[in-house]
Design a protein around this ligand. Structure first.
Ligand SMILES: NC(=O)c1ccc[n+]([C@@H]2O[C@H](COP(=O)([O-])OP(=O)(O)OC[C@H]3O[C@@H](n4cnc5c(N)ncnc54)[C@H](OP(=O)(O)O)[C@@H]3O)[C@@H](O)[C@H]2O)c1
Length: 263
């Protein structure tokens, strides 16, 4: 029987693991998945922030817990996957979101910072996806992987924003998404990416303030920055049966910034 829209978006009985979930976009997506009924496992490096974020989710009636792990370290990523599977039995939805950036002109960009950004933003996504797919999604007959890329992965930057490693890493995340979707479609694992525009989070704050908050907003056709609700809809579409025929795609959630010529 054809399901109605509420049923298609329902995540009751699903388990979601969100990296970088202690604040910002990761926490927003955790709210979305939890509000739709999924059990939530949050992860990031700082236990205190995770405790606070988990309490916030629980206060909203969401079934949530946390594990501290550094997604830049392979042994931490494996421990995160193993402990999550031990405690929750499965992962149906993986959100690869923990990321880092570095600002410096390309000619002076430290190679060590290049390695740090690529390690967390690309290698970290790969290792966690591999572990969760192999030990949960493939044996369980499917799953959803949502990779947080960026509009920085689609183009170069406007003058004044110098983040060559970050742009490169986010471009890699977009093709990682396509290639993984092509390989893992046979396992009913859908892999999709989100390209956020500018959201006022801890990571983006310095950049947005240095460019001017109002000027950044005015640059978007919709005349606004992203807010605490703007990623919820697409996250839920990718995570739920409403999006079961979508794989290997990216969508920008950016107020239109990425469609402006000369943007
Ligand atoms: N905000 C924007 O405008 C924007 C635009 C496009 C894309 N994005 C992407 O969105 C994602 C989330 O960024 P955000 O803006 O929400 O930033 P944020 O508020 O600074 O949050 C970053 C999260 O990642 C965690 N994290 C950082 N390094 C980590 C590591 N090595 N291992 C595990 N967790 C780590 C942080 O917690 P700990 O520091 O405690 O580990 C925090 O939970 C990133 O991939 C970013 O590139 C953001």
């Amino acid at each position: 029987m054809t399901r109605n829209v509420q049923q298609l978006f329902d995540l009751q009985g699903k388990v979601a693991l969100i990296t970088g979930g202690s604040r910002g976009l990761g926490l927003q997506m955790a709210h979305a998945l939890g509000e739709a009924g999924a059990k939530i496992m949050l992860s990031s490096r700082k236990a205190g922030d995770l405790e606070q974020a988990t309490a916030e989710l629980q206060a909203a009636g969401i079934d949530a817990r946390w594990i501290a792990a550094d997604c830049g370290r392979e042994e931490d990523i494996r421990r995160l996957a193993d402990e999550t599977l031990e405690r929750l039995g499965r992962v149906d939805i993986l959100v690869n979101n923990a990321g880092a950036s570095w600002g410096a002109p390309a000619e002076d960009h430290p190679v060590s910072a290049w390695d740090k950004v690529m390690n967390l933003n690309v290698r970290g996504y790969f290792i966690l996806s591999q572990h969760i797919a192999k030990h949960s999604m493939i044996p369980n007959g499917g799953g959803r992987i949502i990779n947080i890329a960026s509009i920085a992965g689609l183009n170069g930057n406007a003058k004044g924003m110098n983040t060559i490693a970050y742009n490169t890493s986010k471009g890699a995340v977009i093709n990682f998404t396509r290639a993984l979707a092509a390989e893992w479609g046979q396992y009913k694992i859908n892999v999709n990416a989100i390209c956020p525009g500018f959201f006022m989070t801890k990571m983006a704050e310095v950049l947005i303030k240095s460019m001017g908050e109002e000027a950044m907003a005015a640059h978007a056709p919709l005349n606004r920055l992203g807010d605490d609700e703007d990623l919820k809809g697409l996250t839920l579409l990718y995570a739920s049966d409403a999006g079961k025929h979508i794989t290997g795609q990216w969508l920008a959630v950016d107020g239109g910034v990425s469609v402006v010529t000369g943007g």
